[in-house]
Design a protein around this ligand. Sequence first.
Ligand SMILES: NC(=O)C1=CN([C@@H]2O[C@H](COP(=O)(O)OP(=O)(O)OC[C@H]3O[C@@H](n4cnc5c(N)ncnc54)[C@H](OP(=O)(O)O)[C@@H]3O)[C@@H](O)[C@H]2O)C=CC1
Ligand SMILES: CCCCCC(=O)/C=C/[C@@H]1[C@@H](C/C=C\CCCC(=O)O)[C@@H](O)C[C@H]1O
Length: 305
Amino acid sequence: MVVSKAWTLRQHFQGFPKASDFHLREETLPQPKNGQVLLEAVFLSVDPYMRPYSQTMMKEGDVMIGSQVAKVIQSYNPSFPVGCHVVSDCGWRSHWVCDGAELTPVLPDWPQDIPLSLALGAIGMPGLTALYGLEEVCEIKKGETLLVNAAAGAVGSVVGQIAKIKGCRVVGCAGTDTKVSYLKELGFDQVFNYKTATSLEESLREAAPHGYDCYFENVGGKFSSVVMPQMREYGRIAVCGSISMYNDTTPQTGILLSKTNKMFVLILQGKLRCNEHITSGFNNMPAAFMGMLQGDNIGKAVVKV
Ligand SMILES: NC(=O)C1=CN([C@@H]2O[C@H](COP(=O)(O)OP(=O)(O)OC[C@H]3O[C@@H](n4cnc5c(N)ncnc54)[C@H](OP(=O)(O)O)[C@@H]3O)[C@@H](O)[C@H]2O)C=CC1
Ligand SMILES: CCCCCC(=O)/C=C/[C@@H]1[C@@H](C/C=C\CCCC(=O)O)[C@@H](O)C[C@H]1O
């Protein structure tokens, strides 16, 4: 018998999440049956969507939603032998029994030099979101000017680097001077701290006097209203997220939305840098989640068990 730890939503968040909104419970798992596996969490993801989706998809008492990289530690399913790694959407749990239908195997040819945690970051959902938004939504072209906000985060940092690789001029905004320096190191052309800028409108205009061809929107709310008039004719906007609104108790005006090998190659060639903000310990899941929402992370926020 394995006793699993699980973080539940004790009560729905009101505004910014608090430590007392979470509850750590223990649950005894059943012995896996034929076709099933027992998973042990190795890295867990904390992502912005957990805040708005907790409101719409979860009841109080439910285990927090989320993905993790887990190791198979017992197996009665030949597709997932003991020792292999998978991505599972089983939530904030240390262990879980399930069948293979819900699991994505970590590729058997995963390069040794690339940390498995990137399956939750640049090689996973955030990285592929960045690539999809740039290529399929913005259809970005060489020579164009792109704006990305939350630029030092999991999605934003990949967006800016891919756009540079494609020969674009990239403007990024982030919330600390350390993030600004990091983005300059990554090769962004113009970067500013939106929290200390005297005027967001002027900083955006100074960074791109002829306006923006593409806008990769991660923040929403007032930020997007300021960007709109600075879009060029035939400009394209990938509305990816609206983190500035996720903790609102009263609605603001503004937008609210409801190729893996390629990424390996770019990382191994040193063209795509993937910083991670790693918090240690399953017990620190709520702190890691709240830290990410308030901007503590440079790159992808993950928890290492
Ligand atoms: N549509 C889709 O499929 C997906 C959408 N997303 C969206 O992309 C966005 C970024 O996600 P992700 O890269 O995972 O997260 P990040 O790693 O970027 O972490 C969140 C960051 O958001 C910034 N932030 C927090 N509050 C505000 C605010 N009020 N105004 C501006 N910035 C703020 C903080 O950085 P700072 O210090 O710069 O403020 C923080 O570090 C989110 O909106 C998310 O919902 C993500 C994945 C998939
Ligand atoms: C108003 C919320 C906008 C959030 C944008 C965002 O960050 C989206 C991220 C998703 C993420 C969602 C994860 C779980 C929810 C499952 C929804 C369901 O119908 O089952 C991930 O699935 C991929 C991103 O697109």
